[in-house]
Design a protein around this ligand. Sequence first.
Ligand SMILES: [Zn+2]
Length: 213
Amino acid sequence: MFDSDLDRLTSPNLEGATDVRRRVFLGSAVAALGGLALWQWKKPAVLEAASAASEPKDVTIVLFSDSGQRLKQVRIAQVIKTAAEWRKQLPSGVFDITRNADTEIAFSGKYWNLHDKGLYRCICCDNAVFSSDTKFDSGTGWPSFYQPIAAQNVRTETDRSLLMTRNEVLCTRCDAHLGHVFDDGPAPTGLRYCMNSAALNFVAAEKSGAKSG
Ligand SMILES: [Zn+2]
């Protein structure tokens, strides 16, 4: 569902299933920078996630206004779409990152150097995921936060691709790949949520009428 290869899996004939569980490395010469993955790759795990996603379930998230105000916790249906539907909705680079766990090139995104007040929503489903209040300059070239806007709004999954064990960060509501979380962040959490700008949509506090400061 999140991968064109998956179309084969969803057909009655499952013969291609093992073939698509491969890892595709589209190499990059800059891959070994301090364990940060700059490689482009496809993640076999999306196939498992996608096949499990055939039955949408409810998830718990916290709603936020565009001005960053915490509204309420809700049980809400997961956003489930086919790969074709996501492709239609998202620019191709954004599709590759959010639905196929690709990683944008460091210092290439819109938000790594943004210091404006506001919140960051999932580009796929508008779920609020991070706030400028917890953003810090990590020097990595990716927007970095020490915690999500609400613990419920993102989830993590162990990612053993690229010969590393990392914790992948996904949107709770639509399962978009957002980035990874590492344990070398600043106080108070010691965590570094290393995100892809392309997976996020920034909503400036000023635009929504909130006080900036
Ligand atoms: Zn989402």
